[in-house]
Write a protein that binds this ligand. Structure first.
Ligand code: CP
Length: 317
C-alpha cells in the first residue's frame, strides 16, 4: 500500500484484508472505557472538506483524536480561497504547517489523486470522497460491517465469499456504489446492481456485477440489500426519475421488508432520504438494518487507515 489512500481499486485483496484486520483491533479500542491510544501522538491530520459531510468528517476527526493525533479543520467557506488563493497554494500552505496527512473531500473526481501526486511521499493524502469517483473509507467500512455481521469480525482472511449483495438505487451518481463494488468483489461477494435504466452507469458492462432493473425479481436471492441515496443534487434531468415510481419499484417499503428472509440485512451509507430509499418504520424498527453499525464502524476503519499510513513501526497501545 502506498503512502496515500485514493481508491480501493489501488489495493489488492491482501492490502484490503490487512486494513480490515487492523480495524478489528480498533473496534476493540473503541469499546474500552477510555477509547483512546497514544499511537499517533505528535502527528497532525488536516481535514479539508469542500463538500458537506456529517459521518465522514466527524468520524475522521474522532478517529484522529482517539489515536492522539492533532486535528486541523480547514474552514473551506472562510479561508483565503475566497480571496483568490489557488487550491494548490492552499495545500502548500497547509503542508508548511507540518501536517502529516490531508483528508480531502471534493466534488471533482480525481482531485485527491492529483494532490497526492503533487505532494509525493512527503505526506499522506486520504480521499474522503471525490465526485462520482471513489469513497474508499466508506467501501472499507461497508465491507467491514458485513464481515462483522456474518463472520463476527474480519480476521486475517476477511471474506464475503458466498454472499449475494444487491446494490440498489442511484448507481450512476454514486461513488459509494463504485467503491463498494471494488471492496465486495475483491472479497469474493457476488454483486447485482439494481436501478432504473436512467440510473445505471453507461460503463456498467465493465463492472464485475450483474445488472437488473427489477428489484422484486432479484430480492429473494439476496443476502444483503445495500440501499443508496437518490442524489437529487447530481440528477440534472428531473424528468428521468419520478420519486413515486422509484418508491413503488425500488423503495424498501414495509411490505418489501416483510418479504425478506430473516437473515437478510439492509445497509445504507447515509444520509438517508427517509420515505424514499427506505420507509421510516423499516429504518427505525427492523433489527436487520445495519445503518448505525456502519456509522460506528466508520470510526474504527478510519483509525485503521490513519494508523496504517502514519503509524509505521509504532505499537497501537
Ligand atoms: N456516507 C457519507 O459519506 O456520509 P457523509 O456525506 O455524511 O460524510
Amino acid at each position: 500500500m502506498s503512502n496515500h489512500l485514493i481508491d480501493l481499486k489501488d489495493l489488492d485483496t491482501e492490502a484490503m484484508r490487512e486494513l480490515l484486520h487492523l480495524t478489528d483491533r480498533f473496534v476493540e479500542v473503541c469499546q474500552r472505557p477510555i477509547p483512546k491510544v497514544p499511537a499517533l501522538r505528535g502527528r497532525t491530520v488536516a481535514l479539508i472538506f469542500f463538500e458537506d459531510s456529517t459521518r465522514t468528517r466527524m468520524s475522521f476527526d474522532l478517529a484522529a483524536k482517539r489515536l492522539s493525533a492533532d486535528v486541523l479543520d480547514f474552514p473551506t467557506h472562510t479561508s483565503s480561497l475566497s480571496k483568490g488563493e489557488s487550491l494548490q497554494d492552499t495545500v502548500e500552505t497547509i503542508r508548511a504547517f507540518g501536517v502529516d496527512a490531508l483528508v480531502i473531500r471534493h466534488g471533482s473526481g480525481g482531485l485527491p489523486g492529483d494532490i497526492a501526486e503533487a505532494v509525493g511521499e512527503t505526506i499522506s493524502v486520504i480521499n474522503a470522497g471525490d465526485g462520482l469517483n471513489a469513497h474508499p473509507t466508506q467501501g472499507l467500512l461497508d465491507a467491514y460491517t458485513l464481515c462483522q455481521h456474518f463472520n463476527g469480525a474480519a480476521g486475517t482472511q476477511a471474506s464475503l465469499s458466498g454472499l449475494h449483495v444487491g446494490i440498489v438505487g442511484d448507481i450512476k451518481h454514486s461513488r459509494v456504489a463504485r467503491t463498494d463494488v471494488a471492496a465486495y468483489s475483491s472479497l469474493g461477494a457476488k454483486i447485482t446492481v439494481v436501478a432504473p435504466e436512467a440510473l445505471v452507469p453507461d460503463d456498467v458492462s465493465e463492472w464485475p456485477v450483474a445488472v437488473s432493473n427489477d428489484l422484486d425479481a432479484v430480492l429473494p436471492d439476496l443476502d444483503v440489500v445495500g440501499l443508496l441515496r437518490i442524489q437529487k443534487e447530481r440528477i440534472t434531468d428531473d424528468s428521468l426519475i419520478s420519486i413515486d415510481d422509484y418508491i413503488d419499484r425500488y423503495g424498501m417499503t414495509e411490505s418489501r421488508a416483510d418479504k425478506l428472509r430473516t437473515e437478510v440485512v439492509i445497509t445504507h451509507p447515509g444520509p438517508v432520504n427517509r420515505g424514499i430509499e427506505i420507509a421510516d418504520a423499516v429504518l427505525d424498527k427492523r433489527p436487520n438494518v445495519l445503518v448505525q453499525q456502519q456509522v460506528t464502524n466508520g470510526v474504527a476503519v478510519r483509525m485503521a487507515v490513519l494508523f496504517r499510513l502514519l503509524g509505521s513501526g509504532i505499537e497501537i497501545d
